[in-house]
Design a binder for this molecule. Sequence first.
Ligand code: NAP
Length: 310
Amino acid sequence: MNPLRVAIVGFGKIARDQHVPAISATDGVELVAVASRNASLPGIPHAPTLDELLRSGPPVDAVALCTPPQVRQAQAATALAAGKHVMLEKPPGATVAEITPLATAAQVARRTLFATWHSRFAPAVEPARKLLAGRKISSVRITWKEDVRVWHPGQAWIFEAGGLGVFDPGINALSILTRILPQPLFVTSAELAFPANRDAPIAAKLALSDAQGLSIAAEFDFRQTGPQSWDIEIETDGGPVTLSFGGAKLRAGDRQLVDAPDAEYAGLYRRFRDLAAAGESDVDLAPLQLVADAFLLGRRRTVEPFEDKA
Ligand code: NAP
């Protein structure tokens, strides 16, 4: 079968760090173009915009949209209208409702819309889901704290409206949570800390639950210096279960069950290739809905202004 010819749109940090190496490492997928206003990749055809790429670039079967969420809906609609398969970086959009028309357009055009959640492809997530399926869970605690200056240097969009602020990484935790606990979850309270000079939160505390009253507490903070935390601790009738390092490690009691290297994006591209071959889509909006509900319900607190330079 011919390889899936992919163009990356928005050649920033995640495109360079993850998409390019993952495409190279995946059979049946080929990087044929980059569309980005200010960046390119030596040896790969370049266009400044998606429109220009579609007009005069090399033939492509699919686009991987690695731009900020605020501009992705329009790009996805354009790409689908041009008959391309579309991979959306997470979060799939800046609003929940904008995704459904894209899913419909994909279905009508018999093209793939893949709303990715890279953290769900972390090596300990599926083992955790299987382990927890046989246990009774009494509580969950999420601690997702990282230094925004280290992980998102100079990314102004993240603190602009629609950029999600601390929910940009926090939604990764929620994508794992909604995968390992299959029952519907909902937000019961939220506190959001907004820097005085920004339109998106720098920290958040959430309480979530399910129909049985499960207690889930989540703390997200972008101001963490020193050790970083991407942990989910689950109390079960069989003892504690911990997913740490963003889903790379799994511990049950004193047994280390998984400790594996990162291969999330290779998993994403295998899935994209297979979805495109089957003409199917994969769109799960549950993590984005939880974030939207946190914004709906959240008590807002103003905290000190955030400047990118420490
Ligand atoms: P980034 O470094 O800012 O890269 C995004 C690129 O998109 C920019 O370099 C820019 O390239 C282009 N862009 C920016 N604003 C645009 C606009 N208004 N219109 C069109 N293009 C625009 O951001 P990133 O970290 O790669 O993140 C991109 C997405 O990937 C986000 O949704 C993020 O959540 C997700 N993600 C990031 C990470 C991470 O660790 N950084 C991890 C997983 C997922 P040009 O100026 O050249 O057009």
